[in-house]
Unconditional design. Structure first.
Length: 172
């Protein structure tokens, strides 16, 4: 019999619901044989309906959970249209008010170590580039690379460099 690496436990079954969706709260627990490795995320919520945003925020606030991290706003097909970091719920509410008809779902990730928020945001923005209609300042839709200074000090990297106007040396 194969060992399970993690087990999902539901704590609150009906945090919010409507005729189509139910939002639940739970925990991913280590299963048998788990090594107990350090985790990257403290709390996540993926593609939750915007109508549930106040219930989720209220629950997190009542339990003293951090409400800062990386967040995404999705359209009705689940495609990310905006990615950011900071105060999750106030920024998501503001984004939804600005694009009421376009945005239907939200995701958020509260990172275990805050210093990694910027790197996670950068990775998501670069991966979703052309889809991000509302991230006008941050996305890269061309073949140009982003700024390496968006990553933590001490990060090793490989960099592509365009050799502009470099003349080749010919052997005579």
């Amino acid at each position: 019999m194969a060992k399970k690496s993690t087990v999902k436990t539901i704590v609150v079954k009906g945090l919010w619901s409507n005729s189509q969706w139910t939002v639940r709260y739970g925990r991913v627990n280590a299963g048998r044989g788990s090594t107990g490795a350090k985790r990257l995320f403290r709390i996540i919520g993926e593609k939750l309906p915007y109508e549930a945003i106040h219930a989720v925020e209220k629950y997190m606030k009542s339990k003293g959970m951090s409400r800062n991290g990386v967040y995404l706003a999705h359209d009705s097909m689940g495609c990310p249209r905006y990615i950011g970091r900071g105060t999750i719920f106030s920024r998501l509410v503001a984004r939804q008010k600005a694009q009421t008809l376009e945005l239907k779902y939200f995701s958020f990730y509260v990172v275990e170590e805050k210093k990694h928020e910027r790197e996670i945001e950068t990775l998501l923005i670069r991966a979703a580039g052309p889809l991000l209609e509302f991230n006008t300042k941050k996305k890269r839709v061309t073949i140009r690379t982003g700024n390496l200074l968006d990553y933590e000090a001490g990060t090793k990297f490989f960099e592509r460099r365009y050799e502009r106007g470099r003349k080749s040396k010919r052997k005579k």
